[in-house]
Design a protein around this ligand. Structure first.
Ligand SMILES: O=P(O)(O)OC[C@H]1O[C@H](OP(=O)(O)OP(=O)(O)O)[C@H](O)[C@@H]1O
Ligand SMILES: Nc1ncnc2[nH]cnc12
Length: 238
C-alpha cells in the first residue's frame, strides 16, 4: 500500500469516529487530498496566494520525511515517527515556517495567540520555537507529577493507553488567547485534555495545531476549537 499525506485546514469537527479503524488498519483509501488547495474558495490577496503556494511546497517535503513503525509501542499500532524532521535542519526550518505561515494567515492581528501550549513530550520539540516566532509565550502541559506548585489535572485516554496531564495554575492568565500544539492527533484524547486544562485556567482556546493527523480515528471530533493539521495519514507505506 502507499501512503497519502495531505494538507488540511478544516476548522470543523468531523463526524463520529469509525470504531473499527486503528493506526494499523485504516479504512480504505480515498483520493489524495494533498492535491486540493489549502486556500479558501473565492478571491485571495496576492500575499495570501503566495503564502498558500509556499505552504503546499513545504508540506510536500515534510511528508516525505515521516517514517512508520508497525507494532510500536504495542501490537496493532502503526507508529508515525516525526523525528526525521528534526534531524534535518532544512526540514526543521520548513516545519516552523509552515506552522508560522498557517497562524499568520489564519488569525487576524488582534486575534493572534498570546500563549502557545505544547504537550509533553513531542509538542516540546517545536512549540517553544513556534511561540518565539509568533511573539507568544510558551507554556507546557506535562504528564502528572512533573510540575512544581499548584496545578490543574485532567485524565485522558489516547490511542495506546491512558494518562494524566497537568498545567501550572498560573500558566495561563484569564482571557489570554491560547493555541495548543502537538505532533500528532490520533484519538484526540490528549489534545482534548489539554484544551480542558486551558479552559479551567480561564484561557480562551483559539485553536489546535498538529503536524500529523491520523484522520481515520476522527480525533478532531473531540475538540471544540478550530483544528489545523499540516499532514494527514491514511494508509500504511509499502
Ligand atoms: O490523540 P491521542 O490518541 O491522544 O494520541 C496523541 C498523543 O500520543 C502521543 O503522545 P504520547 O502520549 O505517546 O507521549 P510522548 O509524546 O511523551 O511520547 C502524541 O505525541 C500525542 O501527544
Ligand atoms: N500511531 C501513532 N504514532 C505516533 N504517535 C502516536 N500517538 C498516538 N498514536 C500514535
Amino acid at each position: 500500500m502507499s501512503t497519502h499525506y495531505s494538507t488540511d485546514t478544516s476548522p470543523t469537527a468531523s463526524a463520529a469516529a469509525d470504531p473499527t479503524a486503528t493506526a494499523s488498519h485504516p479504512p480504505t483509501s480515498k483520493p489524495d487530498p494533498t492535491l486540493t488547495s489549502n486556500a479558501p474558495k473565492g478571491r485571495l490577496s496576492a500575499a495570501a496566494t503566495a503564502g498558500s503556494t509556499e505552504l503546499t511546497s513545504l508540506t510536500i517535503s515534510l511528508r516525505r520525511a515521516l517514517r512508520q513503525f508497525p507494532d510500536f509501542p504495542s501490537p496493532g499500532i502503526l507508529f508515525e515517527d516525526i523525528l526525521p524532521i528534526f534531524a534535518d535542519p532544512s526540514l526543521h526550518e520548513s516545519l516552523l515556517r509552515a506552522l508560522e505561515l498557517h497562524v499568520t494567515q489564519s488569525y487576524p492581528e488582534n486575534q493572534k495567540p498570546d500563549v502557545v501550549v505544547g504537550l509533553e513530550a513531542r509538542g516540546f520539540l517545536f512549540g517553544p520555537s513556534l511561540a518565539l516566532r509568533l511573539g507568544a509565550a510558551f507554556v507546557p502541559v506535562r504528564k502528572k507529577g512533573k510540575l512544581p506548585g499548584p496545578c490543574e489535572t485532567a485524565g485522558y485516554q489516547k490511542e495506546y493507553g491512558e494518562d494524566f496531564f497537568q498545567m501550572q495554575s498560573d500558566g495561563v492568565k484569564p482571557g489570554q488567547k491560547v493555541l495548543v500544539v502537538d505532533d500528532i492527533i490520533a484519538t484526540g484524547g490528549s489534545a482534548a485534555a489539554a484544551g480542558s486544562l486551558v479552559k479551567k485556567l480561564g484561557g480562551t482556546l483559539i485553536g489546535y495545531v498538529f503536524i500529523l493527523e491520523l484522520d481515520f480515528l476522527k480525533g478532531r471530533a473531540k475538540l471544540d476549537a478550530p483544528v489545523y493539521t499540516l499532514l494527514s495519514s491514511q494508509e500504511e507505506k509499502s
